[in-house]
Design a binder for this molecule. Structure first.
Ligand SMILES: NC(=O)C1=CN([C@@H]2O[C@H](COP(=O)(O)OP(=O)(O)OC[C@H]3O[C@@H](n4cnc5c(N)ncnc54)[C@H](O)[C@@H]3O)[C@@H](O)[C@H]2O)C=CC1
Ligand SMILES: O=C(CO)COP(=O)(O)O
Length: 509
């Protein structure tokens, strides 16, 4: 019996090692679950093998080997779960695999010196070559999180997901570019990415959609950047979503409800949505996040993607991070991560839709405050103080609205990182700086039209929406920064009031 197990073990190890070597040489990324299974079985088989046949072999060493492989394996699983790249090739991965194989099979072959020499040669070859081969595996494929869904759809062209980007402003165009680079590369997405364009006529008399399709550039909202030949601009909303099961919403928040109304009954039943929109609506019943609005109006699940993502920087492929917020289904979150993830755009997932979305929404109000500080030339310390107080109000407001919001979310890209980048380099900051410089005499609408040429601010209307919630719930005194920003934007207070509010600062959070 033990001989049978021995031979089965030996045979199994050869099959696995051959497969591993083949995939490394051919640059084939191994589906993660399969890889885990192989590692586990290898450790187990080695252990059985050792226990049965090498009585003199120190068992605790065998166990240690197993534990190391298991540790490597589990760190890999954890990192895949949250959507971060695999750790770099581990000393316990490929070489130790071959190492254990040869270490424990060589004595078995002691009668055949020729075979032993060949095996020894292979052992050293694998041992020294493996790290180099491992490095050749395309990292962007290997490091992507993979799920069973992914495994199922990998070889099934009929189930390829089709993506439509609803919106084509500054961030909408960059999102389409990111997505288009991935749909070309990953076989489980259709190559083509539809991008719905709110049609307008350019000064040249041409339609924006025609120019985007002719030049592959959004000349109005993202000039100078090629979107990818597989991006197709479409001015017909219904046509743009007809065949798609992955809908990416990325318009200014004030337009989302109108768009959803037009989409009712027009989308696929199996559609999933993600919102990149930073903002909220206030209804009779109370505040309504944009992802909830989309879910309720269209009857579909909606995740969110937020982060420190100034679009023009990502357009030229400067490194940044983002957070996908998802509700229940991790596999859905992984699919969205796969759609956006590139080596320069690192996406992780957090199970906290409201937390992620509120971070992206509320930091725009703080950025307006930071712009006032810049316009009044109050310096860096004051700006840092405003950012800190703003973050504190963001957290308190989010948790009071949704007790499920997690503290950890504020440390993701969607939290403190987005707050910082928007307060340093965003459009909200820029226009509110101009507002303060003009002593509040020129309206935000006028400045927005002049400075942003069609792009939209979200912070001013969000400040007003937040103010409505605060007054309705009797929370105004708890949120002096948020309420002061709105009062300045609506002309009730001068911009200098931004640093006067702190006298009324509550001690409650
Ligand atoms: N631009 C950025 O750096 C980032 C923006 N975001 C968020 O993404 C969302 C979309 O912003 P952007 O793509 O930058 O847009 P944008 O502000 O650059 O452009 C405005 C867009 O709204 C469209 N539009 C105008 N009137 C419309 C109407 N009546 N109905 C529908 N669409 C209309 C315009 O055609 C244009 O595509 C916002 O919530 C923003 O906060 C998030 C991260 C970064
Ligand atoms: O959300 C943003 C960066 O993450 C962009 O902010 P602005 O709209 O202020 O440019």
């Amino acid at each position: 019996m033990s001989t049978l197990i021995l031979h089965a073990t030996f045979f199994g190890q050869i099959v696995i090692a051959t497969f591993q070597f083949w995939r490394l040489v051919n640059g084939v990324a191994m589906p993660h679950n399969l890889s885990s299974g192989f590692w586990m079985s290898n450790s187990f088989m080695s252990w059985v093998f050792k226990s049965l046949h090498f009585q003199g072999f120190p068992k605790n060493l065998a166990l240690r080997n197993m534990v190391l492989l298991y540790k490597y394996n589990s760190s890999n699983i954890v990192s895949h779960e949250i959507g971060v790249p695999s750790p770099p090739p581990s000393p316990f991965s490929f070489p130790s695999y071959i190492h254990s194989l040869f270490l424990f099979t060589l004595p078995l072959l002691h009668n055949s010196s020729a075979l032993r020499s060949i095996l020894l040669f292979l052992f050293f070859f694998f041992y020294f070559m493996a790290p180099a081969l491992e490095a050749q595996v395309p990292q962007d494929q290997e490091s992507l999180p993979q799920s069973n869904n992914f495994l199922n759809s990998l070889n099934d062209a009929t189930h390829r997901s089709k993506v439509t980007v609803i919106g084509s402003g500054n961030w909408g165009s960059v999102a389409a570019k990111l997505i288009a680079s991935n749909t070309l590369r990953l076989r489980f997405f259709h190559d083509e990415v539809r991008m719905w364009v709110y049609e307008e006529t350019l000064p040249s008399g041409e339609k924006l959609t025609d120019v985007i399709n002719r030049t592959n550039e959004n000349v109005k909202y993202l000039p100078g950047i090629k979107l990818g030949q597989n991006v197709v601009a479409d001015p017909d909303l219904e046509n743009a979503v007809r065949d798609s099961n992955m809908l990416v919403f990325v318009t200014p928040h004030q337009f989302v409800e109108g768009i959803c109304k037009r989409l009712v009954g027009k989308i696929r039943e199996d559609a999933e949505a993600i919102s990149l929109v930073k903002g909220m609506e206030v209804k009779m019943e109370g505040p309504c996040m944009i992802s909830t609005l989309i879910s309720q109006q269209l009857g579909i699940n909606c995740s969110v993607l937020m982060g420190a993502n100034i679009a023009n920087e990502i357009a030229v492929e400067k490194f940044s991070e983002a957070t996908v917020g998802y509700r229940n289904n991790r596999e859905v979150a992984e699919r969205w991560v796969q759609l956006f993830y590139t080596p320069y755009f690192i996406v992780t997932a957090a199970q906290d839709v409201e937390g992620v979305e509120l971070c992206g929404t509320l930091k725009n109000v703080v950025a307006i405050a930071a712009g006032f500080v810049d316009g009044l030339e109050m310096g860096n310390n004051t700006k840092a103080a405003i950012m800190r107080l703003g973050l504190r109000e963001m957290k308190a407001f989010s948790k009071m609205l949704f007790p499920s919001v997690k503290d950890s979310t504020f440390f993701e890209s969607c939290g403190v990182a987005d707050l910082i980048t928007t307060c340093l380099g965003g459009r909200n900051r820029k226009v509110s700086e101009a507002y303060a410089r003009n002593g509040g005499k020129r309206s935000f609408d006028e400045l927005e039209a002049e400075m942003l040429q069609g792009q939209k601010l979200q912070g001013v209307s969000t400040a007003s929406e937040v103010y409505e919630v605060l007054s309705h719930r009797g929370w105004l005194e708890l949120f002096p920064l948020f309420s002061t920003v709105h009062e300045i934007c609506s002309g009730l207070l001068p911009p200098s009031a931004i640093v006067e509010y702190s006298e009324k600062l509550p001690r409650s959070f």
